[in-house]
Write a protein that binds this ligand. Structure first.
Ligand code: GLN
Length: 538
């Protein structure tokens, strides 16, 4: 097989949660910064067709791409690090692989053959890995295999990597294995045995790791690197230490110091140069040297799990650096909020963001929070469900429509100010059927939104079934809540503001998905700035 695209496979051993996604994104950053067009793909061994139907407690945030794929949150890291869009092809699950193979079988494409894991499932995996390479858009494709080596469900992926590495030939496909080097405090020692075992497990499947990236809490001494190289069959220069970092944005520089990019490029027979990280390092500089500090309340119902709001938290880091402010995000559980507790829980905040979400749990707390910040002139940012809550709150407390609600929460409400979208009315399946991906939005001149974007037409990513009910538009507008962003084709309201309030913006879309290190999202930047002003004025 002749190929121009080079492939890097990233596997994980010993435990999960070692940060394969961050290592993959950091390596990609270093390669991109040397001029290589690089993308990253995530293969997830679970059977859901995509993570769209998963509860955030299960799997963290569901990240949405421009083309409307509901994906693993690692794709968010890829976009934030590379500032390049990913797509449906960048995230594949076992469910999707099997779905596609079974559909082919039903169409008779296997010509009477018995359909088996090898070769049919592995062929499908290999094809999905190479789709990105064959597009001609990339010099290097990094494929991260989810899960841990040795898991039953990872086996077909490891087998596909073994075959593909062989098909691609020398210098065209390499394997980076990420493992853990635990520190035993009783012995006062770092231990290599789990890594040795995990490399051996990989070898039992016929895959030899080319590079070892070792997660560790302490510096790896040289003798330990020598030992790892000897037992794991890798060159000493290919034993890379990945020490705990204070921020994920330090990892590209840490990998650069360790020479990960050099080793990888050498193994791929590609030239290496000094990566240009100027812009990245300027961001780090601002991020690490804030001139002031603000506290933003993040109100949601999944706040126990940080990963549930990953993109929002990262967008605050980008926007904070842009403003040279440290943004402390205080997670507040919406179920702990009511008319009596809001003052105590919110009055010290410089800004409040009401998060996206689904279902009834915690919504009265969100509405109480919106009321408090609206009446107390605290900057407010509502995203998706957060925007819907702002509309409900205004309808109830300003228009006096006491039972105003979303039909998601109360199908019988006499004032459905948030309503199921027309095209959703006949949808029965839950998976992949929301209004998803990028849609154009037209901004009203003179609004906060149009000033912030400095543009009339924007595109933003969506993930919802319910919408602002235009029947209430005039009433709300007369009472002081102004729609300022619309879908140009349907007239659907995408943004609302309260012009008499210092900074009150609700958006039906998800700006957090588009914030990157290179391009912090303008709405987050403006919200952080408004919060800073609020702090300085009080
Ligand atoms: N549950 C709401 C809807 O479907 C909001 C969705 C969201 O916040 N992503 O419209």
């Amino acid at each position: 097989m002749t190929t121009t695209t080079k492939y890097i496979f990233v596997t994980g051993g010993v435990t999960s949660s070692l940060g394969k996604g961050i290592i993959a994104a950091s390596l990609a950053k270093l390669l991109q910064a040397q001029g290589y067009r690089t993308t990253i793909q995530k293969l997830d061994p679970y059977i859901n067709v995509d993570p769209g139907t998963l509860n955030p407690y299960e799997h963290g945030e569901c990240y949405v791409t421009e083309d409307g794929a509901e994906t693993d949150l690692d794709l968010g890291h890829y976009e934030r690090f590379l500032n390049v869009n990913t797509s449906q092809a960048n995230n594949v699950t076992t469910g999707r692989i099997y779905q596609s193979v079974i559909e082919k079988e039903r169409r008779g494409e296997f010509l009477g053959k018995t359909v088996q894991v090898i070769p049919h499932i592995t062929d499908e995996i290999k094809e999905r890995i190479q789709i990105l390479g064959k597009s001609g858009d990339y010099d290097i494709v990094i494929t991260e295999i989810g899960g841990t080596v040795g898991d039953i469900e990872s086996l077909p992926y490891i087998e596909a990597v073994r075959q593909l590495k062989w098909d691609l030939g020398e210098n065209n496909g390499i394997v980076i294995h990420l493992t853990l080097i635990p520190f035993l405090s009783a012995a006062g020692e770092l231990k290599t045995k789990p890594t040795q075992h995990s490399v051996k497990t990989l070898m039992e499947s016929g895959v030899q790791a080319d590079v070892l990236v070792c997660r560790t809490e302490h510096e790896l001494p040289n003798d330990l690197r020598t030992k790892l190289a000897l037992f794991c069959n890798v060159r000493e220069e290919a034993v890379i230490q990945s020490i705990d970092a204070s921020t994920i944005y330090d990892v590209p520089n840490l990998m650069l110091e360790q020479g990960l990019d050099k080793v990888v490029l050498k193994r791929l027979a590609l030239e290496s140069a000094k990566p240009d990280l100027t812009q990245w390092n300027q961001f780090l500089q601002r991020h690490k040297n804030p001139k002031s500090e603000i506290t933003i309340g993040l109100i949601g119902k999944y706040v126990e799990l940080q990963d549930s709001y990953k993109s929002i938290l990262e967008a605050f880091i980008h926007a904070g650096a842009e403003n040279e402010v440290k943004v402390n995000v205080e997670a507040i559980h919406s179920e702990h909020l009511n008319a009596h507790s809001v003052k105590e829980k919110l009055s010290h905040l410089n800004g409040v963001l009401v998060a996206p979400g689904f279902g009834e749990r915690g919504i009265e707390g969100k509405i109480a929070a919106v009321r408090y910040v609206r009446e107390h002139n605290i900057p407010f940012f509502g995203i998706c469900l957060g925007m819907q809550m702002a509309v409900i709150e205004y309808s109830r407390n300003v228009l006096g429509l006491e039972d105003a609600n979303s039909t998601e929460m109360d199908p019988e409400t006499t004032h459905p100010v948030i309503n199921l979208m027309e095209e959703q009315k006949h949808v029965e399946d839950k998976g992949g059927t929301m209004r998803l991906g990028a849609w154009t939005c037209e901004l009203k001149a003179g609004s906060i939104a149009s000033a912030v974007y400095n543009q009339e037409l924007i595109t933003e990513r969506h993930r919802h079934r319910f919408e602002f009910n235009s029947a209430y538009r005039e009433q709300l507008e007369t009472a002081g809540m102004t729609p300022t962003g619309f879908n140009p084709d349907t007239g659907l309201v995408e943004v609302v503001e309260i012009p008499s309030h210092p900074w009150f913006v609700g958006v039906q879309y998800h700006p957090e998905y588009k914030s990157t290190v290179a391009k912090p999202h303008p709405l987050f930047v403006a919200f952080v700035n408004a919060a800073l002003q609020h702090k300085n004025n009080n």
